[in-house]
Design a protein around this ligand. Structure first.
Ligand code: AOF
Ligand code: ZN
Length: 341
């Protein structure tokens, strides 16, 4: 149905407007159509706030005959009492002609129950319009709910000949990517709930790991330091929230939290993050941490910023050994996107 796809594209556009503020909730847009015309739209704007359907109904004029309207939504309307009441009950009360849904909600609290409620109430439901596109938009939400692990994005910059850091530390930080691409990198930070580095990166580079060259709130910072060999006076610990995974102790200290894991492993760290409703992690290094994610196959996507600079020596960047699925030239860098084989 061409028209269904047209309105679902609009739902996806609306849903994306929530991308910086809804996590760990999904991005959801809703469109109400009467007589071939969009008469109301809404989207989920903020975590804890009203769902897309509620915002769309709030826009609808009383003059529109609801029983002749079609409702489009990219995610199955919810069936549970969370921070807000069930959207499927709201839709049933309004008795529309048809409800067109992009994909099932993988949240086990919903998972088909929303659709079942609608159908049992005698509403005509169409399922799966632009399902792939809907799934792609909410890939982080889906990963977390189906595997109980967060979506892991690896990100690093490397020279044209594959070096990601100087062999010996120098205070210049040996910046590789074009500074004009800082907004791009910060946009990536803003669309992940957390950002992860190893202790060596904190001690050597003193990164802030915040969002300052783009819109969006700064992600929760995650530092891996099995032995707590970490300089806690670094900038990172001054602003925002930081979780330090280690093998020695658990303690909450002002802006950071030490979390002791009996079995210190990447998998257990990821499980713990998902249990805290952290659905996405941007791994920004260093080389050993990135290598561990790759060798343990615990990543979902890698974004590599390749500069035009060539160094004679340094620390080699990880080698993914599989073709990129996309390449984009941005300023003086090439951005390469990889997926696991
Ligand atoms: C919808 N429409 O716009 C969204 C839905 O705590 P709550 O009440 O906000 O519920 C969060 C859950 O509701 C979330 O995990 C997902 O299953 C669903 N999100 N559902 O019908 C929406 N954002
Ligand atoms: Zn809902």
């Amino acid at each position: 149905m061409e028209n269904d796809e047209f309105y679902m594209i609009r739902c996806l556009e609306l849903a994306k407007l929530g991308k910086l503020e809804v996590a760990p909730n999904p991005m959801v847009g809703c469109v109400i159509v009467y007589n071939g015309e969009i008469v109301a739209e809404g989207y989920h704007k903020k975590f804890g706030g009203p769902h897309a359907e509620v915002n769309a109904f709030a826009q609808l004029s009383d003059l529109v005959p609801l029983h002749l309207c079609d409702i489009y939504v990219n995610l199955e309307p919810c069936s549970h009492y969370g921070k807000t009441p069930p959207c499927s009950d709201l839709i049933i009360a309004k008795k529309p002609k048809r409800v067109i849904i992009g994909m099932l909600d993988p949240n086990h609290k919903v998972a088909g129950k929303g659709i079942k409620k609608l159908m049992e109430a005698g509403i005509n439901v169409s399922m799966g319009t632009l399902e792939l596109e809907c799934k792609l938009l909410n890939k982080k939400f889906i990963k977390a709910h189906t595997t109980l692990l967060p979506y892991v994005t690896l990100k690093w910059a490397e020279t044209k000949n594959g070096f990601m850091a100087r062999a010996k530390y120098d205070s210049s930080h040996a910046k590789i990517s074009d500074p004009k691409n800082d907004p791009f990198v910060h946009q990536l930070r803003g669309t992940h709930q957390s950002i992860l580095v190893g202790a060596a990166t904190v001690n050597k580079d003193n990164p802030r790991l915040d969002v300052r060259h783009a819109k969006g709130s700064s992600p929760i910072k995650i530092v891996l330091s099995a032995t707590l060999s970490l300089d806690l006076s670094k900038d990172l610990f001054k602003e925002g929230k930081t979780l330090v995974y280690n093998q020695l102790k658990s303690e909450i200290i002002d802006k950071y939290e030490l979390i002791k894991l009996e079995h210190f492993s990447l998998l257990n760290i990821l499980k713990d993050l998902a249990a805290r409703d952290i659905h996405s992690v941007l791994v920004e290094g260093g080389p050993l941490v990135l290598d561990s994610f790759i060798s343990q196959k615990l990543w979902d996507e890698a974004i590599i910023i390749k500069s035009s600079a060539e160094w004679t020596d340094g620390i080699k960047a990880p080698w993914l050994g599989i073709p990129s699925y996309e390449e984009i030239i941005r300023n003086n860098d090439t951005i390469k996107y990889f997926k696991p084989a």
